[in-house]
Design a protein around this ligand. Structure first.
Ligand SMILES: Cc1cc2nc3c(=O)[nH]c(=O)nc-3n(C[C@H](O)[C@H](O)[C@H](O)COP(=O)(O)O)c2cc1C
Length: 393
């Protein structure tokens, strides 16, 4: 295999070797039962391993029941939930890929309906939606709803903060015990830890609010506690919203400061997303203050500038995500130093064999050695037949 193609260059972080630079971005499926993985989760995640993504992250797994986004979200607050994921972990490993888990707490964005149902908060008195303990009282740094009409969360007190931190630690131990070899902390998209960081979610006057130092305190404590509970050779990722994209919100400069502090706390990779603190971002991704049109939020690679900036200025590895579609585009992001890894979401849902197709497009795997052996010989024959038929015409 050619190693001049960066997308297929292995990357070792701590003691963990990722076979290539392609990562499955966390993708909520909204079909867990009481936090338990279902056959769908096996089928969904295993497909990406058959497609040979280097690192397969689960969807956001809630570290406690009230940390779910919807009643149908995956959980990791019980041993039974962790055990239900074991066959998935084993399958991903069997394909030579690294199984990863995103650990999350929804905070004030919890107790909602899945996006297809349609999305929105489940009010506390909504008996029709009462499944698996839902709806529930949400928690946050401050009693501020996401937008008017959403839940008014309870502000976490010192005991509540300790409970949440401990829930992250226990979830870490469970995930590691069943074989996950990379973890990602969800500190983006307006969920609990992001809402501590952003001045738009955090109006606390204690040590966990105020200036950036205070607002970073709880997320950094969680990162350090999770790191301490992980074996040294496993990488820890953190997904951030690099900008809020709203007036008075978290900025790219704040993210650079935070990136350095995450590195000190033992985080290995910052996964650079954006937005979510209170509706769609309103400013362009370059944080120039120019208004964002609906279309410009979806330009190919629109969040790559954040990843590039953190990689250059925060002294930490980064992962780029967001409308990365074309193999040549992905390769260019890596070659030009925009990121160490690329994460794909929707494109991989559309084509779970994207990494194998990308290898072909970039001229890496003419013998189809990367394909699962059950398929490789047949895919090779297919290519030969196709070439013959093309020759005939
Ligand atoms: C169906 C779906 C579920 C998602 N679930 C999560 C999630 O659990 N955690 C997370 O951090 N982001 C989640 N995201 C965001 C994706 O991980 C990704 O950042 C986003 O879709 C942009 O990448 P893409 O353009 O390659 O899809 C989700 C996106 C989609 C489409």
């Amino acid at each position: 295999m050619s190693h001049s193609v960066k997308l297929f260059e292995p990357l070792t972080i701590r003691g963990t070797r990722l076979p290539n630079r392609i990562v499955v971005s966390p993708l909520c499926q909204y079909c867990a039962s009481d936090g338990l993985a279902q056959p769908w989760h096996f089928a969904h995640l295993s497909t990406f391993a058959r497609g040979k993504a280097g690192l397969v992250f689960t969807e956001a797994a809630a570290v406690e029941a009230r940390g779910r986004i919807t009643p149908q979200c995956l959980g990791i607050w019980t041993d039974e939930q962790a055990q239900a994921l074991e066959p998935i972990v084993a399958f991903i490993e069997s394909m030579g890929c690294v199984p990863g888990m995103q650990l999350a707490h929804a905070g004030r964005k919890g107790s909602t309906r899945p996006p297809f149902s349609p999305r929105g908060p489940i009010p506390l008195n909504d008996e029709d939606s009462a499944v698996a303990g839902a709806p529930w009282q949400t928690v946050a740094p401050s009693p501020l709803p996401v937008v008017e009409g959403w839940h008014v969360p309870d502000a976490l007190d010192d005991t509540g903060l300790l409970e949440v931190k401990q829930a992250f630690v226990e979830a870490t131990k469970r995930a590691v015990a069943v074989g996950f070899r990379a973890l990602e902390l969800h500190m983006a998209h307006g969920y609990l830890l992001h809402s501590f960081l952003s001045p738009l979610g955090n109006e606390r006057s204690d040590a966990y609010g105020g200036d950036i130092e205070g607002r970073m305190r709880f997320p950094l404590e969680v990162a350090a506690a999770v790191r301490a509970a992980m074996p040294d050779d496993l990488p820890l990722f953190t997904r951030i919203s690099a900008i809020d994209g709203r007036e008075g919100g978290w900025s790219i400069e704040d993210s650079v400061v935070f990136g350095r502090r995450l590195a000190e706390a033992g985080v290995d990779v910052v996964d650079c997303s954006s937005g979510g603190i209170g509706g769609a971002p309103r400013f362009r991704s370059d944080d120039s203050g120019k208004p964002l049109t609906a279309g410009s939020a979806r330009e190919p690679g629109f969040q790559v500038p954040f990843s590039r900036r953190l990689r250059d200025d925060a002294g930490i590895k980064t992962m780029a995500v967001g409308v990365i579609i074309d193999p040549h585009q992905a390769e260019e992001i890596l070659q030009s130093g925009g990121a160490d890894l690329v994460a794909l979401g929707r494109e991989l849902m559309y084509d779970p064999f994207w990494p194998l197709h990308a290898a072909e497009a970039l001229g890496v795997d003419p013998d189809y050695q990367m394909w699962p052996e059950q398929y490789a010989w047949a895919v090779d024959r297919r290519a030969q037949i196709k070439a013959l038929n093309q020759g005939d015409s």
